[in-house]
Design a protein around this ligand. Sequence first.
Ligand SMILES: Cc1cc2nc3c(=O)[nH]c(=O)nc-3n(C[C@H](O)[C@H](O)[C@H](O)COP(=O)(O)OP(=O)(O)OC[C@H]3O[C@@H](n4cnc5c(N)ncnc54)[C@H](O)[C@@H]3O)c2cc1C
Length: 568
Amino acid sequence: MESSRRRSSVIVIGAGVSGISAGKVLADNGVEDLVILEASDRIGGRIRHERFGGVSAELGAGWIAGVGGKQANPVWELASQSGLRTCFSDYSNARYNIYDRSGKIFPSGVAADSYKKAVDSAIQNLKNLEDNDDSIDDTSEPHSAPKTPIELAIDFILHDFEMAEVEPISTYVDFGEREFLVADERGYVHLLHKMAEEFLFTSEGKILDSRLQLNKVVREIQHSRNGVVVKTEDGCIYEANYVILSASIGVLQSDLISFKPPLPRWKTEAIEKCDVMVYTKIFLKFPYKFWPCGPEKEFFIYAHDRRGYYTFWQHMENAYPGSNILVVTLTNGESKRVEAQSDEETLEEAMEVLKDMFGPSVPNATDILVPRWWNNRFQRGSYSNYPIISNNQVVNSIKAPVGRIFFTGEHTSEKFNGYVHGGYLAGIDTGKTLVEKMNKEKERDTENQNQNFLLEPLLALTLTQTEAVSSNGPKLEDDHDDDNDYDDDDDNDYDDDDEKKTTTGGRMDSDLVIEPSKPCLQGNMMMGTTINAGKWKKDAKGMMNLPSKVQAADATSMEVPGFGFEVK
Ligand SMILES: Cc1cc2nc3c(=O)[nH]c(=O)nc-3n(C[C@H](O)[C@H](O)[C@H](O)COP(=O)(O)OP(=O)(O)OC[C@H]3O[C@@H](n4cnc5c(N)ncnc54)[C@H](O)[C@@H]3O)c2cc1C
């Protein structure tokens, strides 16, 4: 069993966009001794591309959403800086390219009417939910539920794409409503490599820094008031002062990572409340193109009597001219169904649908690529989806640290969850929060050291009188024992400031516990710490270096002048 017992300041779990952006913030702020543990063999997480049909296919995030508004989308800025090739996507005409099962396109009037009806109904449902917040009943039939294939198709587009989020959609309000498809051979992940380059050692585009450890599947996080111990599947053990955990909401809902002690209930309940969306882009390569191209034809819809059945299609001619590739998007139940079957079966189903739309003579696809985000144990889904009617409490609880574990990832972004920019900004936010926390801790340590300097002689005297019993003193370091809830009140709140309390004869303001019979000779002491010095009055005769008022004292309670603490 390999053991890496060297203690670092921070372990970042996950090298997706949030983990990398958090790591960069730490490094920018002087926290260089960090380790990034990534379960897979690459960085990027849900930003992932593969060669398919001669081009770069983005299996995960494909678009930079939210461009052209008043504020600049930070991911769009990164893309511009690194010259990422993108291509504007105009979805607005998809609703006029709706095919029925006999290959006829619905007349635009019919499509527009159905669309309007679906939007009105969706808005009405939303209002009803808002008005009767208490009486939300998942089983109740929504207003005028869609029934016909075209209604079902539009309902799918509205709910699983356009209106899957609560209006107003922050991404569009803040950054603009335009969306750009990444069409770059280096992949969307190129942005992450550029970011990583700024704080990790790289050579010829490869990250060679030992602080990034790939193929490290974290299975256990032990946490206590003294630090964290992280165990990976291959038996490695890492220690640090803090952890930033960027695993997806799906992973948090699974049993991949166990926590010792377990996460408090407010945390696990919030994690369970967040929905996981599964979104699957299936790529199909053809010997030649047989679908209409040209303006307003990039996206098209198939209306079937089963909701979400190979509904949403896109050709890749705008992104990669001559590639002869189609992409069909499935979600949730259909995604899971397709993930469970063979690619050959999926290819057969997709070909039947294409024959419905474009006639029996269409050529067979020569290749298919079916990503499996749901069955990927490092993802367990595509992105978080907060219930339409939910308050910020859920996301706040999901984001809130538990002691020394800090949470990040797109699911912790209050405004932009589900997006690359959500993950990016969440990583920055968590990184900054942790840096602040560490700085405060440093300040406190410096104060403690100053006080120690003054107290040392006093403690030395304590030593002379108690040397014999010092070995029985409390353990100060590496105390990852079973009593590591580091919170005496056990209230499971997330005010980790209460992890350190001033008490007498119990947990103290410092790692130092002093009892008359079991003195402890090292550790830090905070202002206001009460020391029960008990019988050292008797042994205090030779206190040569102590401030005079202390030396003179013969009572069990003394004040050390000018330093605001008391020795009782
Ligand atoms: C199919 C699909 C399409 C999408 N489309 C878009 C889009 O067009 N535009 C957009 O903006 N966003 C899109 N998204 C969402 C976007 O990809 C995510 O919001 C973003 O990439 C999440 O980044 P993250 O850092 O939060 O998480 P991740 O990228 O999931 O990073 C977490 C990392 O943690 C690692 N990990 C997990 N468990 C462990 C463990 N136990 N030990 C060690 N490491 C672990 C994972 O391997 C992963 O690398 C899409 C996502 C998917 C899947």
